[in-house]
Design a protein around this ligand. Structure first.
Ligand SMILES: NC(=O)c1ccc[n+]([C@@H]2O[C@H](COP(=O)([O-])OP(=O)(O)OC[C@H]3O[C@@H](n4cnc5c(N)ncnc54)[C@H](O)[C@@H]3O)[C@@H](O)[C@H]2O)c1
Length: 378
């Protein structure tokens, strides 16, 4: 079998997850990675044949079919354009870039070149979320009238918590909303087939300044080394409460927060229809709660034999064998790679058009938080 040649740009937290998922697919050869921080050492440790410090050098030399962009948000557009000019298909991390203008340039280039353009909104690719989409399509829930939930984390609770995401120049004009809220919004829009058409948002910046380590603490700190910080201003939200109206008139609300103690990465959706309501949460991702008014509620546990035939491919293991975050990412990539040479117009995975839509939602939510009024999305 001729394997597809792929590379990864940016090998931090998610870059490593991409490499693992690509390898599990079987038909992908991870031939190179690029990262200015120890790109060569990382390649050696991950068993990747070639490591580069500079992504341009990798793209110029490696004749890649696909590249995965796993760098901080503000670099995505520049990297994607450079790669697409060399006819390389793109799988880009979310948020796709930092402005709608950048998204438009990326969409135009992908169209001109006829390339696969995927964005890693992977939550729609869990076995149970894919199943939920089929159940809603089949009318099992009836008319949907309310959607609510959260994406909550605690890793930015203290003012000593620092990451590049804190700096809007690197992350974009919103943070909790674009970093995690877009996962929630993509998931509910995808499984329900509805669109968010109007938003009302209230933001909180818990720490107006944060302490940024003056050096790379992970690498150099030792138990008796005092960490040196400098105070930096914070202009993006730690916590967002967002009210929504959906295209069918359903009412919605969500909390997107990076400052809730004990919540590591809890994405939960609740969808209420006239026949049935459903709750799915990534903490218990192999099951879904089904509630009905005149009957006992049920827990639907993942079992490939019980899944809709169309989405069974997303469950690689028998019932009782948990599948989670790495599996959802693998499922997403499988669909994207299958489109090589013939990118679908409206595929099941998130495309650059989806990524652009999410950026529009972020802009409208930010606008609403500033104006303290409902803002239309279109
Ligand atoms: N889909 C998901 O669930 C998910 C989860 C985490 C992160 N992400 C997204 O992935 C991206 C990366 O996030 P992360 O958490 O892995 O960050 P990270 O800081 O852990 O890793 C980023 C890596 O990119 C490297 N890098 C920076 N500039 C570069 C450049 N110009 N060329 C090559 N490499 C460069 C850094 O050295 C670092 O190794 C972000 O867009 C983030 O929103 C998505």
């Amino acid at each position: 079998m001729k394997k597809i040649r792929a590379g990864v740009i940016g090998v931090g937290f998610i870059g490593v997850a991409h490499i693992e998922a690509m390898r599990r697919l079987g038909n992908i050869d991870v031939v190179a990675i690029a990262d200015p921080v120890d790109g060569v050492g990382k390649a050696e440790r991950l068993g990747v044949p070639k490591g580069y410090l500079n992504y341009k050098e990798m793209l110029d030399k490696e004749a890649l079919d696909f590249v995965h962009i796993c760098t901080p948000n503000f670099t995505h557009c520049e990297i994607a354009l450079y790669a697409m000019d060399r006819n390389v298909n793109i799988i880009c991390e979310k948020p796709m870039c930092v402005s709608v203008e950048e998204a438009d340039r990326m969409i135009a280039k992908a169209k001109e070149k006829g390339l696969v353009n995927g964005v890693n909104y992977h939550n729609r690719w869990y076995p149970m979320t894919a199943q939920l989409k089929e159940m809603i399509k089949a009318g099992d829930l009836g008319t949907i009238h309310a959607i609510y939930g959260e994406f909550s984390q605690d890793w930015l609770l203290y003012d000593t918590d620092y990451n590049w995401r804190i700096e809007s120049a690197e992350s974009g004009r919103t943070r909790a909303v674009s970093d995690i809220g877009t996962h929630w919004m993509d998931l509910v829009e995808n499984v329900t087939g509805l669109k968010i058409v109007e938003v009302f948002a209230d933001f909180k910046i818990l720490h107006k300044t944060r302490k940024k380590p003056v050096s790379a603490v992970e690498t150099f700190v030792s138990s008796n080394t005092k960490i040196e910080y400098k105070e930096i201003p914070v202009d993006t939200e730690d916590h967002a409460n967002v009210l929504m109206h959906f295209s069918n008139g359903a009412i919605g609300s969500a909390v997107f927060s990076q400052i809730i103690p004990g919540r590591k990465a809890k994405l939960a959706i609740n969808i209420a229809g006239m026949k049935e309501s459903v709750t799915w949460c990534c903490d218990t991702c192999n099951e879904m709660w089904l509630g009905r008014r005149g009957e006992n509620s049920q827990i639907f546990e993942k079992d490939p034999g019980l899944l809709n035939e169309k989405v069974r491919v997303n469950s690689g293991y028998p019932g009782g064998h948990g599948e989670g975050f790495p599996d959802a990412i693998k499922n997403n990539f499988r669909a994207m790679y299958a489109d090589m040479g013939k990118p679908g117009k409206n595929p099941d995975y998130a495309t650059f058009e989806t990524g652009r839509h999410e950026l529009v939602l972020c802009d409208r939510i930010l606008e609403s938080s500033r104006k303290h009024e409902w803002v239309k999305v279109a």
